[in-house]
Design a protein around this ligand. Structure first.
Ligand SMILES: Nc1ncnc2c1ncn2[C@@H]1O[C@H](COP(=O)(O)OP(=O)(O)OP(=O)(O)O)[C@@H](O)[C@H]1O
Length: 298
């Protein structure tokens, strides 16, 4: 039995029409159940009940990174794979694994069921698959979600520029913080901290490559720290390089790798995990090697 979790609000309502296209491609011999999920709690309750009572072949997510994050809370560490059909705004998980957006090919690959094991993040007890960010990224995310210009840009098919505009505004007003990052017992005291991003995969925010060398199968987390650098440099050098997916060389940016990271800050700082503002500092982050099975729909 396949379980389909469809998030109708992902990607500004793209999921339901795409689910209709997918459903048409499912052969009549395939058994499945589907829910249009209204919340993370509803989706997780459904999955837990189904896992207890039914032999589940794959949990299929039709949604964005936030929906993926909700589902992996239940599927991580089990033998049940997930498959992702990306209908979100950012879709950084799908980008990392080059997952198809073609409904016909998706169903074909789903039935083939070729899987791979990938690492996950565990952040204060919650699983994540892409990047956890502490600092300005939460401010950017909040601004982007509440931006009055978002509906207009979406109508003009310029949705991806919402994040860039929000980032420029956030960079102009963000108050930096003092933090201590401990990576596998090595301490990094950071003054004027803008951002610490810990990546299992490379990008967030719809393709911002913040951890350029991260790999979800190497058993390591990649840490990018931006601190001790002035606003003008961040605005004119670091951020434009980030937008282009470049590794940033120069003062103020430090790249490290590790397996276990702690982050302490001088005031509570919002934390973005898989594109959702779910937590605040302090944080304990570790890698969960090969904790998730993913269907390759490439
Ligand atoms: N399983 C779920 N069912 C319904 N709603 C959910 C679920 N998981 C998360 N949500 C809510 O739906 C919102 C949108 O979901 P999602 O993040 O998947 O789409 P998106 O924001 O368009 O895409 P992306 O995160 O890739 O940019 C989330 O911010 C969250 O509030």
């Amino acid at each position: 039995m396949f379980l389909f979790i469809i998030n109708p609000i992902s990607g500004n309502g793209k999921a339901v029409p795409l689910w209709n296209d997918i459903e048409k491609e499912i052969p009549s011999t395939i058994k499945y159940q589907a829910i249009l999920s209204n919340s993370e709690i509803e989706a997780r309750d459904f999955i837990v009940k189904q896992l207890k009572t039914t032999e589940i072949k794959t949990i299929v997510i039709i949604g964005g990174d936030g929906t993926v994050n909700s589902v992996i809370q239940e599927s991580a560490g089990t033998h049940v794979p997930i498959a992702i059909f990306p209908t979100g705004s950012g879709n950084d998980t799908a980008r990392m694994f080059s997952l198809t957006r073609n409904p016909e090919l998706f169903v074909k690959k789903l039935i083939e069921n070729r899987t791979t094991c990938v690492d996950l993040l565990k952040v204060n007890g919650r699983y994540g698959i892409t990047v956890v960010g502490v600092g300005i990224d939460a401010t950017i995310g909040e601004r982007a979600n509440n931006a009055s210009y978002k509906p207009i840009l979406n109508k003009l098919k310029l949705g991806s520029s919402v994040y860039t505009i929000a980032a420029i505004f956030a960079l102009m007003s963000f108050q930096t913080f003092t933090s201590k990052v401990i990576i596998d017992e090595q301490e990094f005291p950071l003054r004027n901290s803008w951002l610490t991003a810990i990546g299992n995969t490379t990008s967030y925010g719809g393709g911002l490559v913040v951890c350029p060398t991260a790999s979800p199968t190497d058993g390591l987390l990649n840490i990018t720290m931006v601190s001790d650098v002035n606003r003008l440099t961040v605005l004119c050098r670091s951020f434009p390089a980030l937008l282009k997916g470049r590794t940033i060389h120069g003062k103020g940016v430090t790249y490290k790798t590790g397996k276990e990271i702690q982050i302490q800050t001088d005031r509570p700082i919002q934390v973005v995990l898989d594109g959702e503002i779910i937590l605040t500092t302090p944080l304990h982050i570790c890698v969960q090697e090969m904790a998730l099975k993913l269907v390759l729909t490439t």
